[in-house]
Design a protein around this ligand. Structure first.
Ligand code: PEP
Ligand code: MG
Length: 753
């Protein structure tokens, strides 16, 4: 008695009729159970619904003893039904008794039924219950029958989750993962704490229209949507559109899945059974999500995640909801949750309402992290599995300082964090009070404090923080968020608006630092074995000078009548610096010859990020007007330690005698040649590290705007001369880090760290 291909279609039609009848929830379930039983020629059909405490309760049955309804209960993992719920996959057995998981429930009278087929009632990857059919004769159900039951289960899950079954849903909701509190520890990518409500960056589409009226029309809709999806991926692969910061690998996986015959075939088969196109996508997607939740292998899980993304996109195409949440109405305390996103996408959100961001991916050097820091929005990355357990509107706390995320926090946690936020705000208040005080140490050393910036949105921080200027303007950010290469006039306008917004405060522009993790969506770059050591920054600029010429000319024009400071990134030898400087000079002469207004003064600097330069300091200082230590990269290259590698994070300490000695040497060379030295890596924004830098003789540092307050508070209590004396012998120690010694100094001197 295999189910004919038309089987589910007829059943779906009948189910639609039952759903349209005015009935109460219980009667409707009873009718559905008997409908399924007769359609599948089964002697038994039972519906189990998940109740609080992970208990599956028999809610309706055709064939079993009716008095067992609401009495028979199985825990998740218990019996065949509990096993199906626990594993979220079907179970098809010829002889239920012989199965090791079988649990006998005497009140049901099921002992006479041998064959057993059960499927989970899944919705958005959650198990809402289990649907079972049984027959007396011992046999395995066919694949068609299994598929038919799964399709029915999908409709049933929708019925259960729909509003009219409130009393059931409430029970279900009380148990599933989506209502429990969760804490996820990820990476802290942008500081700060935010309490708010979840907004899914890519909203999930909930399919409610399940049963097709016209199968051929649905097939055509599905095919059109698949074609649109494939086209979208091709566009991205060819780099014609702004990707969401996806890496090539992800795109290639997308491409592979979007043409995967098995996936496409399964969706078409589902339409053939009588589902709408979106229900067919959801049907196949639901299986995938369930598989994903079971998957332990991180690589496979990742791939299934890609497939999950694609299915979601396909659903959005089908339902016409193609946009991200940025275009919808946001709550006033929105916390974005996404797998990943590009910097431009983050900038699309209303800053007034955006409180925090949580990403399943994202590293500290990712562009979105740089932008989040610039916006002052707390960000936690590497929050694994977060998308599996959040829903739109859930309460959520992002602790960007500790790298923690609390989902549906308990009142205690919420209270503790609200207190923490108040404390944070009070501290910010105190820092604001320091704003107009000069940053001078107790022994009268004036320290220049600058901010790092990269976008126009950063500029208000310059005034708010009371910083002396912009010590590092990462020009590549504008390029990264554009969909095409910024034209000369756009660049000029951008740089001019930065200089204007900075008023008279100095701005140090860094020429394009692209390559490695900083990719331009419209610039195709060959895959490299070691991108951090690859064709990047000044190497690219010198080999293909057109880009750099254009940028330098734009900077010279923008700074007409003002002072211009430019520096070059990733310089490994003095000769590179000299050549870059020559290109700048050529551009200056070019503009001069054409009567353009030029900067009143041009200062040209070099970043010191590659250790080789440390052995050429004297030559470099003779040629440079200033230097800036890029400690992020300098640490990476000094220790041969990937700065974005999660397992290596914290392995070497910037407060090691090695790095500190190198910095001291650079400071010393600068002093000898009268060349100003600045440091603009992340360590400048951390009070203990910044204190050590001042102990080494640095008098100019540049950091994220939010760090200015705490750093100034440290400076006001520091006696720099004493620290220099204290540190001199420490640098000779064979220690992993001088952190404990420096902590002791700060504590003994009452310096706030
Ligand atoms: C650095 O390397 O320290 C630096 C400031 O540059 P970036 O972080 O942009 O590489
Ligand atoms: Mg760098």
């Amino acid at each position: 008695m295999p189910v004919a291909a038309a089987g589910p279609r007829i059943l779906l039609k009948r189910l639609r009729e039952v759903m349209a009848e005015p009935e109460n929830a219980q009667n409707r379930l009873n009718k559905i159970a008997s409908l399924i039983a007769s359609n599948m020629i089964a002697e038994v059909c039972s519906i189990y619904v998940m109740r609080p405490g992970g208990v599956l309760e028999l809610y309706a049955t055709e064939g079993l003893n009716p008095s067992a309804v609401h009495k028979s209960k199985l825990r998740i993992g218990e019996g065949l039904v509990g096993t199906i719920a626990a594993e979220a996959r079907p179970l098809n057995v010829q002889d239920a008794y012989a199965h090791p998981a079988f649990k006998y429930l005497p009140e049901t009278g099921e002992e006479i039924y041998k064959s057993f087929l059960g499927v989970p009632l899944l919705r958005s990857g959650l198990t809402l219950g289990v649907l079972v059919v049984q027959n007396r004769a011992s046999r395995l159900y066919t694949e068609d029958e299994e598929e038919a039951l799964q399709i029915t289960a999908m409709v049933l899950a929708e019925v259960i989750a729909s509003g009219e079954f409130d009393e059931i849903v409430a029970a279900v909701d009380a148990d599933v993962t989506h209502v429990r509190s969760h804490r996820i520890v990820g990476d802290s990518l942008a500081d700060g704490i935010a309490l708010g409500h979840v907004v899914l960056h890519e909203p999930r589409v909930v399919v409610t229209n399940l049963i097709a009226e016209d199968m051929h029309a649905e097939m055509a809709r599905l095919d059109r949507a698949i074609a649109a999806l494939q086209e979208w991926i091709e566009t991205m692969v060819q780099g014609l559109d702004v990707p969401r910061g996806e890496h090539r690998e992800v795109l290639e996986t997308y491409q592979m899945f979007a043409h995967d015959r098995g996936w496409l075939q399964r969706m078409r088969d589902a339409v053939r059974t009588g589902l709408t196109a979106e229900a067919a996508v959801e049907r196949v997607h639901s299986d995938n999500r369930a598989r994903m939740l079971r998957q332990k292998d991180p690589f496979l899980r990742e791939r299934l995640n890609d497939l999950d993304d694609l299915a979601n996109r396909l659903l959005r195409i089908l339902t016409g909801q193609a946009n991200t949440a940025a275009s919808s109405e946001l709550p006033k305390d929105a916390i974005l949750v996404a797998r990943n996103m590009g910097p431009a996408e983050l900038l699309d959100y209303d800053r007034q309402k955006l409180r925090g961001v949580v990403l399943e991916e994202g590293g500290s050097t990712s562009h979105v992290a740089v932008v989040a820091r610039a916006l002052g929005v707390p960000l936690v990355g590497q929050a694994q599995g977060v998308l599996d357990i959040v829903d739109t509107g859930d309460a959520i706390i992002v602790d960007g300082s500790g790298g923690e995320v609390h989902i549906r926090p308990s009142p205690d946690i919420e209270h503790a964090y609200a207190e923490k936020v108040r404390f944070y705000a009070r501290r910010q208040e105190q820092y604001r009070a320091l704003r107009d005080m000069p940053a001078a140490t107790l022994d009268g050393e004036r320290i220049a404090l600058h901010i790092n910036a990269g976008l126009l949105v950063d500029l208000p921080h310059l005034t708010e923080s009371g910083a002396d200027g912009i010590g590092l303007f990462r020009t590549e950010l504008q390029f990264m968020i554009s969909s095409a290469f910024p034209r000369m006039d756009q660049q000029v306008a951008h740089y001019r608006s930065i200089l204007e917004a900075a008023q008279e405060k100095p701005v140090v522009f860094r020429s394009l630092d692209i390559g490695a993790d900083k990719v331009l969506p419209y610039l195709s770059q060959a895959k490299e074995e070691n991108p951090a050591l690859g064709w990047r920054a000044i190497r690219m600029a010198l080999d293909r000078p057109a880009l750099m010429k254009l940028q330098l000319r734009a900077l010279l024009k923008a700074a007409g009548g003002r002072e211009l400071s430019v520096m070059f990134p990733m310089v490994a030898e003095v000769d590179e610096f000299r050549r870059a400087r020559e290109i700048l000079e050529e551009q200056r002469e070019y503009l001069l010859a054409r009567g353009h207004q030029l900067p009143v003064r041009i200062r040209v600097g070099s970043m010191i990020e590659v250790p080789a330069l440390v052995w050429q300091l004297n030559r470099l200082m003779e040629l440079a007007d200033f230097v800036s230590i890029g400690s992020n990269d300098l640490v990476q290259f000094l220790f041969a330690c990937d700065r974005g590698h999660p397992r290596l994070a914290g392995r070497y300490d910037p407060l090691s005698p090695a790095l500190l000695s190198v910095i001291r040497e650079i400071v010393h060379a600068g002093a000898t040649h009268g060349v100003p030295v600045n440091l603009c890596g992340e360590m400048a924004g951390r009070p203990l590290e910044a204190m050590a830098l001042l102990g080494l003789g640095l008098r100019s540092i540049s950091m994220a705007p939010a760090a200015i307050g705490p750093i100034k508070a440290m400076i006001l209590k520091l006696h720099a001369g004493q620290l220099t004396e204290y540190m001199a012998p420490l640098l000779e120690l064979p220690e992993h880090s001088l952190r404990p010694h420096l902590m002791a100094f700060a504590r003994d001197s009452g310096i706030p760290i």
